[in-house]
Design a binder for this molecule. Structure first.
Ligand code: C2E
Ligand code: MG
Ligand code: MG
Ligand code: MG
Length: 280
């Protein structure tokens, strides 16, 4: 109201800060127990080849169902889990669960799992990934790890070694949120990525944004000359889809083509894809 926008605004501001700090502290307490209380699940968002309309894989996305607050967004709890170091055990749970669930799908499609910077800088990541694959019986060639440039360090031999060892067993790498960091091209040159994920911030204002169009076109051209696949995130409209396709991007992941799905719905979607493939 008019009053709180006038003299009361400083007070309203501090009240808001206090509330959000308090929410953060309460969430922190609950987040520490969420894994033990089995409050996490994974949702899987489909990825498609645009021209053939075939499924090319899924990205596993963490979901936290809080007993009182309901769904808490990853945008809120992932940064908190990172600050508290909890992303290491939570991320391990996500990887192990994704591998186990992917093994049950009717087709051996690739599965992408997000790896936080904190996990990736720990040399134990190599044995953790190997053990998750073995426990699930998942072919390492089906696993793709999504890392952001925050996970990498340009001149770090240990980080490069982690990358090399995982590549050697057949695991693939996607650079997530491409273009949002400081040195995307430097990392692309230094690390043997297999895929670039164009960040949704570049897709959001298509087709009207001339800059967005130029970026999608340039990144797609870069990817094809480096032999990498390119996928655009956050595609919500037909206009965005035809725009990215016209500018050389061949794969899509977004609400238009499919929201993140619960495991049972994934099985049904993959089964339908398989039936289509074999013409049944
Ligand atoms: P991300 O890895 O870039 O994942 C893509 C995010 O974009 C997901 O949000 C997805 O639901 C959302 N998205 C997909 N298509 C659309 C679209 O068309 N429109 C819009 N507006 N959004 C779309 P989500 O699930 O909320 O996850 C947010 C972020 O949380 C992820 O961004 C990732 O950085 C992080 N995250 C999620 N799961 C994990 C995990 O298991 N481990 C780690 N370390 N981070 C995770
Ligand atoms: Mg991702
Ligand atoms: Mg992303
Ligand atoms: Mg992101």
């Amino acid at each position: 109201n008019a009053k709180s926008e006038g003299g009361g605004s400083a007070h309203a501001f501090t009240a808001q800060m206090r509330d959000s700090l308090q929410r953060r502290r309460l969430l922190e307490v609950d987040l520490r127990q969420a894994l033990a209380l089995r409050e996490f699940t994974l949702a899987y968002q489909p990825q498609y080849d645009i021209d053939s309309r075939t499924l090319v894989g899924f990205e596993a996305l963490l979901r936290w169902h809080h007993p009182e607050r309901g769904h808490v967004s990853p945008g809120e709890f992932i940064p908190l889990a990172e600050d508290l170091g909890l992303i290491v055990p939570i991320g391990e749970w996500a990887l192990r669960t994704a591998c186990k669930e992917a093994v049950t799908w009717p087709l051996p499609l690739p599965i992408s799992v997000n790896i936080s910077p904190l996990q990736f800088r720990n040399p134990n990541i190599v044995s953790m990934v190997t053990s998750a694959l073995a426990a699930a019986g998942l072919d390492p060639n089906r696993l793709e790890l999504e890392v952001t440039e925050g996970a990498l360090l340009l001149n770090s031999e240990p980080v490069m070694n982690i990358f090399r060892q995982l590549k050697a067993i057949g695991v693939r790498f996607a650079m997530d949120d491409f273009g949002t960091g400081y040195s995307s091209l430097g990392y692309l040159q230094k690390f043997p990525f297999d895929k670039i994920k164009i960040d949704q911030s570049f897709v959001r204002n298509l087709p009207d944004s001339g800059d967005g169009v130029a970026i999608v076109r340039a990144v797609s051209a870069l990817g094809s000359s480096l032999g990498l696949s390119i996928i655009a995130e956050g595609v919500e409209t037909e206009e965005q889809l035809s725009c990215i396709r016209q500018n050389g991007c061949l794969q899509v992941q977004g609400y238009l083509t499919g929201r993140p799905l619960a495991p049972a719905a994934v099985e049904a979607l993959v089964a339908a894809e398989k039936a289509g493939e074999t013409g049944q």
